[in-house]
Design a protein around this ligand. Structure first.
Ligand code: AVJ
Length: 323
């Protein structure tokens, strides 16, 4: 591929260099695709918050219920005075449940967005005055150093929300191996994983009656228009979410309603009528399939908690000794 990407967009923040490259590369592929990590601009983050409140979208409230109801058991799986390392820092609701139930020596939120992190860190410092908070600005899918202050503490990683479900299995393994390397020997990892279930329930969770998920999906095109000077006509695309049985995943797509050509930076993307952009995969696991994935990535499953209906799971994994 040889696409010229103009670099004269001074209003872009540094990470948008890769945003531009990713978008142009993804729309040049067949089938076309965009990474779900680009959903979360300010508007997209607000729409996601709305999704978590929808009656059809069970994952967030179910995971919160597990963390609340099984808090004592989760606490028992965690060593005292550990450093809690959260991969990606969203709303603080979930981590607060862990911080209330367990006695941690430090909290290390890791996120690519420094602004967001610092706001979150100061709110937590107010509510947990005895907790040392050391935010790290980093892309948690690549190796980073933990703050020296937590070097001698036991490490507990936290990766809630079934964010791991956005990764293809080989990426999920790469993440788990990288987390193993970052957290080190003896570490524990608490990870939230959405479970395979009745297809109707999955379908409705990603095709809500109020249409919020559709807005969330289409918003990535608005973001491309704004940040990369694109000219997507949002009314020329429709939201679609289908369950792919063979791959155990919900797929979100944006489907072109007509033959059309869209400009992004110096690049042209041509769409056939009905052609899709694959914008997200959300993998669903059985407990056994997730345990196997963990074992193949340097982690031994130690405990699993689910809600009474078996909708969602929270796993405690322990780092296996190397070699
Ligand atoms: C934040 C990745 C867990 O896959 O359910 C919600 C994102 N996409 N509705 C998910 C999402 C559409 C969500 N994760």
């Amino acid at each position: 591929m040889n696409v010229h990407v103009p670099v004269s967009h001074e209003h872009l923040d540094p990470k948008d260099g890769s945003f531009a490259k990713d978008v142009v590369a993804g729309l040049s592929q067949q089938p076309k695709k965009l990474s779900p990590k680009y959903f979360y601009d300010e508007k997209g983050s607000k729409l996601f918050e709305q999704i978590t409140l929808l009656p059809e979208y069970y994952p967030t409230r179910t995971e919160l219920r597990i963390l609340r109801d099984r808090g004592a058991e989760i606490a028992a799986a965690i060593p005292p005075n550990a450093a809690l390392v959260e991969f990606g820092a969203g709303a603080t609701t979930k981590v607060r449940l862990l911080l209330q139930n367990c006695s941690f020596g430090a909290y290390v939120p890791v996120d690519i967005s420094g602004d967001f992190l610092n706001g979150q860190a100061s709110a937590l410092r107010e509510d947990f005055p005895n907790l040392a908070v050391y935010p790290v600005t980093a892309d948690f899918t690549t190796p980073f150093d933990l703050p020296p202050e937590v070097k001698d503490m036991p490490k507990v990683g936290f990766f809630p929300g079934s964010t791991i479900g956005n990764f293809d299995p080989h990426e999920a393994r790469a993440f788990l191996r990288s987390a193993r390397a970052i957290l080190g020997d003896g570490a524990t990892l608490i990870v939230g994983v959405d479970l395979e279930k009745d297809e109707r329930v999955l379908h409705d969770a990603y095709n809500d009656a109020a249409g919020v998920t559709g807005k969330f999906n289409l918003n990535v095109l608005a973001r491309i228009n704004r940040d990369l000077g694109g000219n997507f006509d949002l009314s020329g695309f429709r939201h679609s979410a289908i369950y792919n049985h063979a791959r155990h995943r919900i797929e979100m797509h944006l489907i072109s309603r007509k033959a059309q050509t869209v400009r992004i930076l110096g690049h042209k993307a041509t769409f056939r009528s009905g052609e899709t952009i694959h914008t997200e995969s959300s993998y669903k696991y059985s407990i056994e399939r997730f345990a196997a994935l963990a074992r193949s990535s340097g982690w031994a499953p130690r405990a699993t908690w689910t809600d009474p209906d078996g909708m969602f799971s929270v796993h405690a994994l322990v780092a296996e000794d190397r070699d």
